[in-house]
Write a protein that binds this ligand. Sequence first.
Ligand code: RM4
Ligand code: MN
Ligand code: MN
Length: 396
Amino acid sequence: MDSNTSDKVYAALEKFRIELPSWGFANTGTRFGKFTQPAAATTTEEKFSDAGQVHLLTGVCPTVALHVLWDCPSGAQSTDDIRKFSEKYGVAPGSINPNIFQDQEYKYGSFGNPETSVRERALTHTHDSIEIARRLRSRDISLWFADGSNYPGTANIRQRKEWFQETLKKTHDALSPEQRMLVEYKPFEPDFYHTDIADWGMALLLARAAGPQAKVLVDTGHHYAAQNIEQIVAWLLSEEMLGGFHFNDRRYADDDLTLGSIDPYQVFRIFHEIHFFEWETEKLADIAYMVDQSHNLKGKIEAMIQTVEIAQQLFAKAALVNRKKLVAAQKSCDLVLAESLLQDAFATDVRPAIQDWRNSKGLPKDPREAFRQSGYLERITKERAAKNSRNVSSYA
Ligand code: RM4
Ligand code: MN
Ligand code: MN
């Protein structure tokens, strides 16, 4: 690799940070059941400890996303504990995810529930989450809704849209000037007929109506199989409405598999659109990169390190596209050349350059191997095994 190429990799890695999900370290499963892992985290402190390991070894995961119901059992009071964990384990709280889908009250929805009192309850929880974020100095409140219906005719789709508009606006009104709210969409699941925020267009309209601090969050697993996600990314960038990502890979639906495990070229194409936008417009794309995965079978910490490594590789590869040549090739409709510029960058082995970068930062060259050597997994397995043999009921 010539020095120009390794400089580009270095520059890309310098600006790439990715947030870990607290729930990615907890026992998760499918609707058929949960296979518990002896080393899985069952407390917020353990989740911080595990996230701290991933950051220690990779150096690029300084924050951990929190799910309010699972990580802040005492609401805003929990923030004192969280600050302590954050200091102890060297990772800061990141995006705050309200949970308005798990309680019994939300059987027929949250912001779209026909019952005023349930919508109010959901709004109160969201306001509490904003307060938690304020206390923790977290910028982003990340909103995902399970709202929808299972059968035609059972929900007033237009009316629910209005309730969403209203309640999202009230959410926006409670934000501090430096905070943002991210609106996530998902085509189906848990509901199978209609979902209130089913795609990026709906999320975009709702975010726009809510106010200037609302942006769209793209979860890569939340699309129909054939959808062109990088086009959605390009459009949201051009509308200055792309707020963040939940990264994961999928083969069928919202499979929450390891990023790049099924289709790494797609993730590369997404990153390319972002690099291309920044280069062409000379604007900074202010995007929160976050992981949203559930490793039901793989070891959780090891899989998270693997995810971060893949993310770095694909982000760095996408930085290698010769964009000057690309613009010229696109203009002259030199199709084969234009396409091959992406393919060449994708085919470049950036791993040695990433190792050099790690070396220059005093990080282990091979974070996964370093993790295996560290003894951390053996230690937590011993400490947590007994607790994990008992059944766990919540999702994470
Ligand atoms: C959803 C969505 C949300 C995540 C929950 C647990 O499918 O991806 O972002 O918080 O799962
Ligand atoms: Mn998500
Ligand atoms: Mn999901």
